[in-house]
Design a protein around this ligand. Structure first.
Ligand code: AMP
Length: 307
């Protein structure tokens, strides 16, 4: 079923204790759509400048991403430079250049207007709202965000929260948004702002999903070889919604499975720089990882119940 993803398509310069890449293919839309492409053919909406190599666009297309929604604008592409510390959970953003994103006004191709599953990856919430305005056929909408937008575009972000079904946040963003150190309270506060589900990403500690009825928790994949965590959150989101869109399902049992899919695609993302791992990992690699997650979390609780 049709999945539309809007996000950044970027040049990333990334330094980690394991090496450095310069102006590699990155961006929230890029990572999310490559992960979603294991399960469906995502329609990627974004903007690149004149300096963006055709080779990067070709790579997205070769992995099954529908690239007709990528606009080519005059000017330079979005550029981000981040550096990770020895403790790879700590990241510093050294440069963010919006460039063509500053004037980007997403107009969806006519073929995309019937999209049913929508992922608003990390990008200015004002642009996320413009996409929601153009997708009346949506049956499941999910948004991601980051600290920058909580700081500078909070009103637009609050509007996004009122309009989407699922919001994804990492733990520090949830605390920042709600001004509370307690994650469970933060998730409840965010639910009260509008979304039906809140998914909290806790990096190497896994993920939690909150709805009015339930709380569900899954640990991260136990990876030894983390080289570059850039895009892990986006790859998580892409795998999650790509799986749901591919099957056209939205019930609780499938949402829980989708969390395992996202956990698998996020772990693959971290194993190499930029999008490198997505070039080599096939659908079987994702399934194999899901089997390992299933084994690592299986518990026969029955003997604990009853007399
Ligand atoms: P993550 O590691 O999940 O936070 O995602 C990192 C990706 O987000 C990188 O590929 C960046 O190009 C992209 N990114 C960084 N800052 C922003 C921003 N302000 N808006 C949108 N995308 C961004």
């Amino acid at each position: 079923m049709s999945l539309l993803i809007i996000g950044t398509v970027a040049f990333d310069t990334v330094e980690t204790p394991y090496g450095k890449v310069e102006r590699a293919l990155g961006g929230s839309g890029t990572f999310a759509s490559l992960a979603a492409a294991y399960y469906t053919r995502p329609r990627l909406v974004g903007v690149v400048g004149e300096d963006f190599p055709q080779e990067y666009i070709d790579l997205l297309a070769s992995r099954g991403v529908d690239i007709r929604g990528i606009e080519h604008a005059a000017g330079k592409s979005f550029f981000w430079h981040g550096r990770y510390e020895q403790d790879i959970n700590i990241r510093e953003t050294l440069v963010t250049e919006l460039n063509v994103l500053e004037t980007f006004d997403p107009k969806l191709p006519a073929d995309y207007l019937d999209s049913r599953y929508i992922f608003l990856a990390n990008i200015d919430p004002n642009l996320q709202l413009k996409v929601l305005d153009q997708t009346p056929a949506a049956v499941l909408t999910m948004a991601d965000t980051m600290n920058l937008w909580i700081d500078i575009t909070r009103d637009a972000l609050e509007q996004v929260l009122r309009r989407v079904d699922i919001i994804l946040l990492n733990d520090s963003e949830a605390r920042q948004l709600c001004g509370t150190p307690n994650l469970i309270k933060a998730a409840r506060d965010i639910l009260a702002k509008g979304p039906k589900a809140v998914i909290l990403k806790k990096g190497e500690h896994g993920v939690m999903m909150f709805t009015d009825q339930a709380v569900f928790s899954l640990p991260a994949f136990p990876l030894q070889g983390v080289k570059d965590p850039t895009g892990a959150g986006d790859a998580f989101a892409g795998g999650f919604i790509g799986y749901l869109a591919g099957l056209d399902v939205r019930d609780d049992a499938h949402m829980r499975r989708a969390l395992a899919v996202g956990t698998a695609t996020a772990s693959l993302c971290c194993e190499d720089f930029s999008i490198e791992r997505f070039k080599t990992a096939d659908r079987q690699a994702v399934s194999g990882r899901i089997a390992q997650i299933a084994a690592a979390t299986a518990v026969d609780y029955a003997p604990l119940f009853g007399a």
